[in-house]
Ligand binder design. Sequence first.
Ligand code: GDP
Ligand code: IMO
Ligand code: MG
Length: 431
Amino acid sequence: MKKKNLVVIGTQWGDEGKGKIVDLLTEYASVVVRFQGGHNAGHTVIVGDKQTVLHLLPSGILHDQVLCVIGNGVVLSPDALLKEIDEVEAQGVSIGDRLKISSACQLILPYHVALDQAREGAKGDAKIGTTGRGIGPAYEDKVARRGVRLGELLNLDTVAERLREVMDYHNFVLQGYFHQPVLDYQQVLDGLAQRAPVLLSMMADVPSLLQQKMKDGASILFEGAQGSLLDIDHGTYPFVTSSNTAAGAAAIGTGIGPGDLGHILGITKAYTTRVGSGPFPTELFDEIGEHLGRVGAEFGATTGRARRCGWFDAVAMRRVCDLNGVDGLCITKLDVLDGLDSIKIAVAYKGCEELGGAVVGSDQYSQVEPVYEEMPGWHGNTSGVTDYDLLPANARAYIERLSEILGAPVDMISTGPERTETIILKKPFTD
Ligand code: GDP
Ligand code: IMO
Ligand code: MG
């Protein structure tokens, strides 16, 4: 059997269950790599009665033998990283030299957080609803070519010089435009200098490292954060995150060629959720929305905010399958639909039929009205089921209908939060 790489991405607005699936699939991989986003992500892994929420560390970290890598596409908060390492180690996970970080990672520094929060505060009701972690401002500095990268910590004198210039600029904006307190240059520099040795001890040339691993025959698992509808280019702009979240970013965000990405596995909930502001055509405000939120425990893993809930949106999903070149789907949280009398799938949008999926992310998107196809629900139990044939017939019919509408095979189905509560229809990393 030929081993190959695999990219796991979220296909909706995040929180599809990527962490659970990455943890599960790590069994078949030698390396797990994050390629975009930062600690705005919250990836929940449950093994037995132990729950771990990972923000920056790849969700393969709980497997002892696996190398975990943070690629150049990630924005890295030194504080958040070191705190998370301490937390995970306190749970008995040994990280040692299993974590490597690209020298080209942009650092999230305290002024990014202050700017993110000041901007959201100033927007009032029009806010994006960011996680307040400084993600957007850090990516802005990257593109503006004034960011500080991990590798630069090798020369703290140069960093000190540039930090002064960058902080002069950001403090001017914080004080003059947002009327917020400024940040102390010396404090930021000292914090960075203090953390530099431990950060540098994890630094690596990630493109060379991954090339070598591939030459050695290793399987690499690329772990996406957020979801395709939050992609800075293809998502519901401006209510998006600040990185490319689609599968193509796994190449640029790590430094390997697109041809080496392998199988693209799209993780999708059996319904839809969104946290933060922005359009959400299939959102429910009734008792079914309440059911999904309650049974699905839909609270943000990073901010604790209640997630908005709605029906499965096959129009947006068809678009997303194309954007990512999805080879297979993993449908999660099927168990949350247990007990519903009927289940709806949005198969078209009224009033803009001519735009088809192209309406997703366009200015018209906030006005679309979904056209639903209705299917009977099931009163049997899918929770914890690991054998496809043991699913209630209507649950199988629902899965098969989704696959048919989306034109993509279903590789996996998740029936509970625990690692083992999964139906695997196609073995990963194999032809
Ligand atoms: P991620 O950001 O994509 O990794 O997803 P999150 O961890 O933020 O949110 C997914 C939530 O659903 C977590 O609390 C998971 O433990 C939970 N979860 C994952 N898969 C399933 C499933 O199949 N059924 C149920 N009931 N919960 C699940
Ligand atoms: P995971 O990886 C769900 C959302 C925020 C906000 C928007 C911009 O756990 O799926 P940001 O802080 O990135 O500038 O916020 O993006 N968001 C997420 N929503 N899951 C996530 O990550 C998210 N990361 C960011 O709520 O709407
Ligand atoms: Mg999450």
